[in-house]
Design a protein around this ligand. Structure first.
Ligand code: B12
Ligand code: SF4
Length: 524
């Protein structure tokens, strides 16, 4: 009888070259199945970029019931398609299940465009996937399992409604033991053992480019639910004691709507004298405005090393359009405040090319990047995101009004990436050139090489060499906005491809909290 479940983490786009986190989506979605004793194997293609196909083939046998794939929008859609055809090539009876953020928002498009996909889990995975596996084992259709989208008997696509509630998996049930080697996960230039977790669920804001408002729209009641403080810190202690975690990344959409919540966690970490560094992935300018020096001191004292801030644009009109509830001046003011706490790296996210954005507005973003680095030398300018419309967001509708044609096939999705984003109808050649220049320039404007690549791996030495040779030109271009003879993009793409093949060599993530400084990197 077929009962084996193989879960696969595909290769990512270029951001995956710098950040290789534990495949948390696959762990969370397996929680109930592992409790039931189902045989689950996790395979991570990112760990063997040159040879994953062969390894994957070898994992399929006559007992394999299904292969589940965790898919983000962009390159992973094309990678998932490759995985599906390899699996069906070995054994057409194996069921292919898509899950993850891309599957949540595009379930029907996946089944329409990917002939090998059999089922899609749309939304939170744990309960839905558990229900689907029971059906597949008993040979029945998942007609009553929430969140499943599948091919119906009449040749159409059946869409089961989702459970409209937040998923909260007790930390004791997260099957961390499915992963046998945690040394291979981390960030370039970040030699600590990173574990990510939630301290809150949901997000109360309505940024118009982001998929979160669409994800929580139909959940009744509050859109932002803080988790129990003691329980969050128990979770931290659990991964520290059992897996030698020494860096905790809070992957909350937004951790700070209520500062008291984070303050409680900081106090509890300090009270228990936990020796961990902390990173926060979600902070907004309107929240930083409310943070007092005492609050920021507490963050630092508890070990906060990195905080990601959505700055997004230097234009007040664009900030209003994307509903960031702040102005460019607010961003500068908050940056100066954060600069007084240099132990905590501030990583700023930016967005380029939203519908109706002008070249002057994009130049205002470039100027803002320069001002941020000038005022706060320990800040990091994340590789700016090229705007890519996500289904069910307000800006998606605006993009369609401006003649945007959404991608459908896997190869079209592959062009929705930082390094090779397909052209957008409202972005002319001049603006595209400036976006390309800012993409490359962002690596040099803040002297990233010295901040994130001070180690001795091949990748880090390569990054420093590039900074020595090209850095002065990159910084000059960023200062002046000059794109004349800008021929660097193909080289940037080649370097990115190379990096992706070399990243397995950032296996330096030993628990070395006390001996090595932890560093932040460019990110999503
Ligand atoms: C860490 C992170 C990253 C990391 C690594 C991601 C990874 N998977 O390793 C990096 C930096 C690489 C990254 C990159 C990007 N990210 Co990101 N990222 C996140 C973040 C903060 C946490 C992801 C996570 O671990 N979540 C926790 C797990 C448990 O949740 P989950 O993965 O959604 O899994 C659940 C379900 O989706 C489902 N599930 C997941 N996999 C599977 C598989 C199967 C078989 C099944 C059945 C179910 C299932 O079950 C899980 C439990 O419910 C999320 C925001 C968030 N809080 O989730 C954004 C988020 C996923 N990212 C997002 C975006 C926009 C991006 C980028 C496009 C941004 C950019 N700079 O280019 C890129 C895309 C990269 C690419 N194309 O390769 C969006 C989603 C967009 C989308 N439609 O895919 C999110 C949701 C943020 C947001 N609110 O906009 N990201
Ligand atoms: S960008 Fe951040 S703050 Fe805005 S809606 Fe998305 S998750 Fe919430």
């Amino acid at each position: 009888m077929r009962n084996k479940i193989l879960l696969v983490q595909p290769q990512q786009g270029s951001s995956g070259a710098f950040v290789r986190h534990i495949p948390l989506g696959l762990l969370y979605t397996s929680a109930s199945l592992v409790k039931d004793g189902e045989p689950i194997t996790i395979y991570d293609c990112r760990l063997n970029p040159r040879g994953w196909e062969e390894e994957l083939r070898a994992l399929i046998d006559a007992e394999t019931l299904l292969v589940g794939i965790s898919v983000l929008s962009g390159t992973p859609v094309a990678e998932a398609s490759k995985i599906s055809s390899i699996v069906k090539g070995v054994d057409p009876q194996v069921n292919i299940v898509y899950g993850g953020p891309h599957a949540t928002f595009n379930p029907e498009s996946i089944l329409q465009n990917e002939p090998h996909a059999d089922y899609v889990v749309s939304g939170y995975g744990n309960d839905s996937f558990h229900g689907l596996v029971q059906c597949l084992k008993s040979g029945s259709q998942p007609t009553d399992v929430s969140g499943i989208v599948y091919r119906s008997a009449d040749g159409g696509i059946a869409v089961n409604p989702k459970v409209e509630a937040f998923e909260n998996i007790p930390y004791q049930d997260i099957p961390y033991d499915l992963i046998d080697n945690y040394d291979v996960y981390g960030h370039v230039g970040h030699d600590s053992r990173i574990f990510s977790m939630y301290s809150v669920l949901g997000c109360p804001y309505l940024c118009t480019f982001c998929s979160s408002p669409a994800q929580y729209r139909d959940i009744p009641g509050k859109k932002w639910v803080p988790l129990d403080v003691a329980n969050v810190v128990d979770h931290i202690e659990h991964v520290v004691d059992r897996y030698q975690a020494n860096f905790i990344y809070f992957i909350d959409d937004d951790s700070f709507p209520n500062l008291k919540h984070v303050e409680g966690i900081m106090d509890e970490i300090s009270r228990r004298e936990l020796k961990v560094k902390l990173g926060f992935r979600g902070a907004r300018i309107n929240e930083i405005k409310r943070m007092s020096d005492e609050f920021l001191e507490k963050l630092v004292k508890a070990g906060t090393n990195t905080i990601h801030v959505g700055a997004e644009s230097g234009s007040d009109r664009i900030l209003k359009l994307i509903k960031k509830d702040c102005t460019a001046e607010d961003i500068l003011e908050c940056n100066r405040k954060l600069a007084r706490f240099p132990e905590m790296k501030t990583l700023y996210n930016f967005l380029m090319g939203v519908p109706t954005e002008t070249i002057e507005e994009l130049n205002a973003t470039r100027e803002l990047m320069l001002a941020i680095v000038r005022d706060h030398p320990n800040s990091i300018i994340a590789t700016p995101n090229r705007f890519r419309p996500l289904l069910n967001t307000e800006l998606y509708d605006l993009a369609v009004e401006h003649d945007y044609v959404p991608p459908e096939s896997a190869s079209e999705w592959e062009t929705q990436e930082l390094e090779n984003a397909a052209s957008l109808p409202w972005v002319d050649e001049k603006m595209k050139k400036l976006m390309d220049m800012m993409l490359v320039g962002s690596y040099f404007v803040d002297r990233k090489a010295t901040k994130v690549a001070s180690g001795n791996t091949l990748v880090e030495r390569g990054v420093r060499l590039i900074d020595r040779l090209y850095g002065p030109i990159g910084r000059w271009r960023m200062r002046t906005g000059n794109t004349v003879f800008f021929i660097e993009l193909p080289m940037y793409r080649a370097a990115n491809r190379m990096l992706k093949y070399l990243t397995p060599s950032f296996e330096t993530n030993k628990p070395t909290l006390n001996t090595a400084e932890t560093r932040a990197v460019m990110d999503c």
